[in-house]
Design a protein around this ligand. Structure first.
Ligand SMILES: [Zn+2]
Length: 341
């Protein structure tokens, strides 16, 4: 795992460069890749038409501190033409994406999130969003909840997703009728809504909070610790399912399981600390049924097994892409398509 722009990316520099090479395979660029321990050396794509004989382009494998300057992993420097860029800039130049931000999005969408439909870096400020370090007013939370109860479109979106009324009520899901966005409240340890995760019911947009460090929260953790669901209250022997999206966690809770969502395929250190602060140590890894989900699951284990957490893995005997997909496809038989090991 590397850190780019302060964000953990679930990949190595080598992996990223190899994937970039494949993206433009027919151009024959980034050849003679050689790992020197500190750098990855390869042919520079920017001079001599990318056909230099001796590789002179160095790419940092790890973060490097040089005097006062810090170079993140993936920083590129060509010793021949002088081209220098950080990884997002390099990706943007190499794939002609137009901006370093586009290069950064490419990274996140390739390695941190599973479904292509997801736009995890959606920069739209969610209206009514809490400022940094503050919470939403209870009045606003009630208001958005009321909007949902009054919205046929909002409710039917959730019903189509297989969620039921009691859950909408228990979690106080909300709706913004102006933007047609269903709102999932993410609560802090005191039960206050720190921010909303939003899902557009018309497009496939995801809305993320701005000015809030979403990595510091676990969706459903407050509810798990404080509420009674169909199984009653969770205790230290309970098995808790960990999912990527909120809707996956809700699907499980609706079917009598205990579940939380880490809101992505990657768990942050702050989220690990939040879990450590609870009595729960037994988990089922129910991240998405794809490569990012499997990578994410092994990352979760790597972070938490040393801290005494125990995990049950899942083998998916179905092409269903995630838990919500699974329960919608198979209804009450959903569990028969998962083998625990
Ligand atoms: Zn060069």
């Amino acid at each position: 795992m590397i850190t780019v722009w302060g964000t953990p990316i679930v990949a190595t520099v080598e992996q990223v460069i190899n994937d970039l090479k494949l993206e433009r395979f027919t151009d024959g660029l980034l050849k003679d890749i050689n790992n020197t321990g500190a750098d990855l050396m390869c042919t520079c794509p920017f001079h001599k038409g990318g056909k230099e004989k001796r590789p002179s382009c160095g790419i940092l494998l790890k973060e490097k501190i040089d005097g006062m300057r810090k170079y993140e992993a993936g920083t590129v420097h060509c010793y021949t033409c002088g081209y220098t860029a950080d990884l997002p800039q390099f990706i943007s130049d190499f794939l002609d994406l137009g901006s370093p931000l586009a290069g950064f999005k490419w990274l996140v969408s390739h390695y941190n999130y599973s479904a292509v439909e997801r736009a995890p870096l959606e920069l739209d400020l969610y209206r009514g969003q809490a400022q940094a370090g503050t919470c939403m007013d209870d009045v606003d939370v009630e208001h958005y909840h009321h909007e949902l109860l009054n919205s046929e479109a909002g409710c039917s979106y959730l019903y189509r997703r297989g969620l039921s009324d009691w859950l909408i009520d228990a979690f106080k899901l909300g709706f913004d009728p102006v933007d047609n966005v269903v709102l999932f409240p993410v609560r802090d340890a005191t039960g206050k809504v720190a921010f909303y995760k939003g899902r557009s019911i018309v497009g496939k947009h995801f809305y993320n909070a701005k000015n809030v460090d979403k990595n510091a929260f676990v969706f459903g953790l407050y509810e798990l610790c404080n509420k009674r669901f169909s199984q009653g209250r969770a205790n230290e022997n309970s098995e808790i399912w960990i999912t990527e999206s909120e809707i996956d966690a809700l699907s499980l809770i609706d079917r009598g399981e205990f579940a939380i969502s880490i809101m992505g395929s990657h768990i942050s250190e702050a989220q690990c600390r939040a879990l450590e602060g609870t009595q729960f140590r037994r988990y089922v890894l129910a991240l998405d049924n794809d490569d990012a989900g499997r990578k994410g699951a092994s990352q979760v284990k790597k972070m938490l097994i040393p801290k005494g957490f125990r995990f049950t893995n899942l083998q998916w005997e179905t092409p269903a892409k995630d838990i919500n997909d699974l329960v919608r496809l198979y209804g009450d038989n959903w569990k028969t398509y998962l083998k625990k090991f």
